[in-house]
Ligand binder design. Structure first.
Ligand SMILES: [Zn+2]
Length: 246
């Protein structure tokens, strides 16, 4: 395994962003099959929105949808897929939250005081809609987390060198939040480059977050390390994973 480990200074916390050689198609089943009793792996059906789902004991004990992403894991009791959400938060130890990424950015959050974690899948739409802010807002509301206690990490993802759009997407950003104009540069007559990591960082700052670590790797540039949908229409993905250990 060659994963990027995050938040290494904390005890009883596992968080990583996988790399190309880790092969997420194999990694999710291997994590799921390794679950012990009372442990879970929760994976959303991502839709490029900004909804953040709270994973608590009630949710874990409730009815769940059929496993579609990995139908072969339908018989693994701790493996749960969640409909229509791009963000997950939990304060239950032993619950791994996982999202998948092929250029899209992962935003991780950890509050060591309230012992709560979260992860969000931020493609350009989720980034634009402010899912990074929604993630930490949900932690504040659910767990009483304070902004100054929350550690955040912005993962590798397509960067301002390669996230190229036309006028229509640029306009959507400006219509959603005018300040995003600061993160958009004209490339040529028809194209613009958007700094998605910068927009995510700004949404975190607007929620008062002070500790923000950004991984500067561009998934499009670094072909040996990352899958990139824009570069080569890759079907495999990197995993973003976070869990409070028991
Ligand atoms: Zn790049």
């Amino acid at each position: 395994m060659n994963k990027i480990s995050l938040f290494g200074q904390f005890h009883k916390l596992t968080a990583f962003f996988s790399l190309k050689p880790d092969r997420s198609f194999d990694l999710i089943p291997s994590i799921a099959r390794g679950l012990e009793e009372g442990e879970y792996l929760v994976k959303p059906h991502m839709v490029h929105g900004k909804h953040v789902q709270v994973i608590d004991e009630e949710f874990l004990g409730g009815e769940h949808i059929k496993a579609e992403g990995y139908p072969e894991l339908a018989d693994v009791p701790g493996y749960i897929e969640v409909p229509v959400t791009d963000g997950l938060v939990t304060d239950v130890p032993g619950v791994g939250l996982v999202t998948t990424h092929g250029d899209c950015i992962a935003v991780f959050a950890y509050d060591p005081v309230k012992r709560a974690v979260g992860v969000a899948h931020a493609g350009w739409k989720g980034t634009m809609l402010g899912i990074a802010g929604e993630l930490v807002k949900t932690m504040k509301e659910q767990y009483g987390s304070k902004a100054e206690d929350i550690y955040t990490y912005i993962s590798p993802g397509i960067d301002k060198c390669h996230f190229e759009v036309r006028e229509d997407v640029k306009k959507q950003f400006l219509d959603t939040a005018e300040w995003t104009g600061k993160y958009i540069k004209r490339k040529d007559e028809e194209h613009f480059l958007i700094d998605l990591k910068g927009v995510n960082k700004k949404y975190l700052e607007l929620e008062g977050i002070e500790y923000i670590e950004i991984n500067e790797d561009c998934t499009y540039c670094k072909e040996d390390l990352y899958w990139s949908y824009r570069r080569s229409k890759d079907m495999d993905r990197m995993l973003a994973y976070i869990r409070l250990d028991k």
